[in-house]
Design a protein around this ligand. Structure first.
Ligand code: ATP
Length: 584
C-alpha cells in the first residue's frame, strides 16, 4: 500500500467524488441485498400462503427500488470515474513538470519509449484502479458484511456450513496475488522496452535504412514483442490456474448450502423461500470473492504502474536552484573557470581536468581539439546542464549556481551540431526561446543567420510547417534556422558547438560573416574542428584529454609546435602545396 500512500496527494484532494461514489455504492449494495428478501417473501408468503393480494405491492415496490438503484448506480459510477480521471490529470501534469526539471544526467540513461509508456499506459493503469478497483474492493467488503448479516438472520448453522470453504478461497486469492504482482511488473517493464524499440527505430530510421539494418531491427522488435507476449502469457497462465481453483472452492460452498439447506427444509427448520434467498445471497459473496482475483489483478497492475510513476516523481534533481538564487538580468558576458574538473559519473575518468580561463565580455573564444577532449563539457557547465566535480564556474563574477536556472539559461544561447526543430512553423521554431519576439525580430534573426531567402522560397514562408525533427529541410537549412533561433534569443553568451559543420564552405563563409555581426557585444565560444571556423577568435584553447594544453591567437599558435599547428598543417597542406606549385 506504500505506493498508494505516496501517491495520495494526487487523488485525496478529490475525495469528494470518491466519497459520493462510495455512499451511492452503499445504496446500490443494500438494494441488491433486498432482491433475495423479496424473492423469499414471494415464495413463502405469496405462493406458500396464497396471499396473492401482495403481488401489486411487491411488483411496484420492486420497480421503485430498481429506479433508485439505477440512479444510485449512475451517481456512483460517474463520481468514481471522475475521481480517477481528475487524479491522473494532476498526476500526468506533475510527471511532465518533473520531466522538464530533471537534469541531463537523468536523460543520459533514460529511454524515451520507456518514459512514454510510463506517461501513458502506466498512468492509465493507475487510473483504472482509482476509478473502479477501489470501489470494487469496498463493495466486496460491504457485500460480505451485509450478506453475512442477512444469512445469519435466516439461519446461523446454515451460514456456518456455507462459509466453511471461504477461508480456503481467501488463501487461494492471497497466493494468486503473490504470483501475479511481480508478473505484472514484468509486463509493464517489457512494454516500456517495446516502446523504446519502436521510438528508437523511428528516430533513427535514416541510419537503419542507410545501413540496410531493417532485418536486424525487425528481429530486435520481434524479440521485445515476444518477451512482452511471454510475460503476458505467464500472467494468463497464473490466472488460468488459479481461477478454476477459486471457482471450485466457491462451488463447494454452494454444494454444502444446497445439501445442508435441503436437509433443513425437509426437517421444517427452514422455509423454501429462505433457502432460495440463501442461494442468491451466497452468490453475492462467492462472485465478488472470485472476482477478487480480477480486482487484485487490477490492483497489482496499478501498483506496478504506480511504482514506475514514483520512479520518475522521486528521481533525484541533482541540479537545484538555491532558495536565495538571484535573477541574472542582462549578463555582461564575463565567463570565468577556476580549476574546474568534471566527472560525469563516479566511475568515469575526468572529462575535463583543472580548467582555468577567463573570457572577457564581448570576446570570442575558439575551442579546438580531438573528439572527446572535453570541449562540449566546458560549455555545458556554463548553463549548469552538469555540475562541476571540482572548482567553480563564474559568470559576471558570481557562481553560476547563485543564479536562477531560467535567467541563467536565457542569457546563454546554444547552436549545436544538430539542433532540434519542433514539428511546428518556422516562425515558432525561431522564436522558441523567446515566444514574445515580434515578427520583425524573427525576420531580422533569420536574415542574420542567412536563412531569410530560403524561408521566403518555401510555400508558406515563415508559416511553413516543419515535419518532425525538421524533416523537409536540408541539414544546412535546419542549422541556419537553429542559428536564427539563438540570435532571436539575443543572449549575452553565445555557444556555437560545431554549428557550421553541416553547411558547405560557401554557406559557412556567409554565416560567419553574419555571425561576426551577431557576435559583436557578446562573448562567443566557437567549438570547431575546422581551423577556418575559429581562426578569427580573440583566443583559442587547444584541448587534449580534458586539459587546455595550448592557448593563444591563431597567429601565435601556428608559430608554436603542438596540436594546433599539426591540425593547421593537415588542413592547409593541400592549400600550401597548391600555392607553392602556383608560385613555381
Ligand atoms: N553525458 C555524458 N555522460 C558521460 N560521459 C560523457 C557525457 N558527455 C560526454 N562524456 C564524456 O566526456 C568526455 C568529453 O566529451 P565532450 O563531449 O566534452 O568532448 P568534445 O571535445 O566536445 O568532443 P566532440 O568534438 O566529439 O564533440 C568524453 O570522454 C565523453 O565520452
Amino acid at each position: 500500500m506504500d505506493v498508494f500512500k505516496k501517491l495520495k496527494e494526487f487523488y485525496w484532494p478529490h475525495k469528494r467524488h470518491f466519497i459520493l461514489s462510495i455512499i451511492f455504492l452503499f445504496v446500490m449494495t443494500l438494494i441488491t441485498i433486498v432482491y433475495p428478501i423479496i424473492l423469499q417473501i414471494t415464495i413463502d408468503d405469496v405462493v406458500g400462503e396464497g396471499r396473492y393480494g401482495l403481488i401489486p405491492y411487491l411488483a411496484f415496490g420492486f420497480i421503485g427500488i430498481m429506479v433508485i438503484k439505477g440512479i444510485a448506480t449512475f451517481i456512483s459510477q460517474y463520481n468514481g470515474d471522475l475521481f480517477g480521471i481528475i487524479a491522473v490529470y494532476d498526476l500526468r501534469e506533475r510527471l511532465y513538470e518533473k520531466l522538464q526539471s530533471l537534469p541531463f544526467q537523468y536523460y543520459d540513461n533514460a529511454k524515451t519509449g520507456d518514459i512514454m509508456s510510463r506517461l501513458t499506459a502506466d498512468v492509465e493503469g493507475f487510473r483504472f484502479f482509482l476509478s473502479f478497483g477501489f470501489a470494487e474492493l469496498i463493495r466486496l467488503v460491504l457485500l460480505l458484511v451485509v450478506t453475512t448479516g442477512v444469512m445469519l438472520y435466516y439461519s446461523v448453522p446454515l451460514t456456518i456450513v456455507t462459509m466453511l470453504s471461504i477461508p480456503f478461497l481467501a488463501i487461494a486469492v492471497y497466493k494468486f496475488d503473490k504470483k501475479v504482482h511481480p508478473a505484472f511488473r514484468g509486463v509493464r517493464k517489457s512494454f516500456g522496452k517495446l516502446n523504446t524499440n519502436v521510438q528508437e527505430n523511428i528516430s533513427g530510421i535514416n541510419t537503419v535504412k542507410s545501413l540496410s539494418r531493417e532485418e536486424h531491427q525487425i528481429d530486435k522488435f520481434n524479440s521485445s514483442n515476444k518477451d512482452y507476449k511471454d510475460k503476458y502469457l505467464f500472467t494468463s497462465d497464473v490466472w488460468a490456474k488459479y481461477f478454476p481453483l477459486m471457482e471450485f472452492l466457491g462451488n463447494v460452498s454452494v454444494v454444502m448450502l444446497l445439501g445442508y439447506g435441503g436437509y433443513l427444509v425437509v426437517n421444517d427448520s427452514l422455509t423454501a423461500g429462505e433457502l432460495t434467498a440463501f442461494y442468491s445471497l451466497v452468490g453475492f459473496i462467492i462472485w465478488p470473492i472470485m472476482n477478487l482475483g480480477f480486482t487484485i489483478n487490477q490492483f497489482s497492475q496499478s501498483k506496478a504502474s504506480g511504482e514506475r510513476l514514483l520512479e520518475i516523481l522521486e528521481a533525484e534533481e541533482t541540479i537545484k536552484e538555491k532558495p536565495d538564487a538571484v535573477e541574472m538580468t542582462r549578463s555582461l558576458g564575463e565567463v570565468e573557470f577556476k580549476n574546474v574538473s568534471l566527472r560525469y559519473t563516479e566511475d568515469d575518468e575526468k572529462a575535463i581536468n583543472q580548467i582555468s580561463f577567463k573570457a572577457e565580455n564581448g570576446k570570442t573564444i575558439g575551442l579546438i581539439g580531438a573528439t572527446g577532449s572535453g570541449k562540449t563539457s566546458v560549455t555545458q557547465l556554463m548553463t549548469r546542464f552538469y555540475e562541476p566535480s571540482e572548482g567553480s564556474v563564474l559568470i559576471d563574477g558570481k557562481e553560476v549556481s547563485d543564479y536562477t536556472l531560467r535567467s541563467l539559461r536565457k542569457n546563454v544561447g546554444f547552436v549545436l551540431q544538430e539542433s532540434f526543430l519542433f514539428s511546428s512553423t518556422i516562425k515558432a521554431n525561431i522564436a522558441f526561446g523567446r515566444p514574445e519576439a515580434t515578427m520583425d525580430e524573427i525576420v531580422e534573426s533569420a536574415k542574420k543567420a542567412e536563412a531569410h531567402d530560403f524561408i521566403m522560397e518555401m510555400p508558406d514562408g515563415y508559416d511553413t510547417m516543419l515535419g518532425e525533427r525538421g524533416l523537409g529541410l536540408s541539414g544546412g537549412q535546419k542549422q541556419r534556422i537553429a542559428i536564427a533561433r539563438a540570435i532571436c534569443l539575443d543572449p549575452s553568451i553565445l555557444i556555437l558547438d560545431d554549428a557550421t559543420s553541416a553547411v558547405d564552405m560557401q554557406t559557412e563563409f556567409k554565416i560567419q560573416k553574419a555571425l561576426k555581426e551577431v557576435m559583436a557585444g557578446r562573448t562567443t565560444f566557437i567549438i570547431a574542428h575546422r581551423i577556418s571556423s575559429l581562426k578569427h577568435a580573440d583566443e583559442i584553447f587547444v584541448f587534449e584529454n580534458g586539459e587546455i594544453t595550448h592557448r593563444g591567437s591563431h597567429e601565435e599558435l601556428i608559430e608554436t609546435e603542438g596540436q594546433y599547428k599539426r591540425i593547421y598543417d593537415i588542413q592547409y597542406k593541400d592549400q600550401k602545396a597548391l600555392s607553392a606549385s602556383g608560385t613555381r
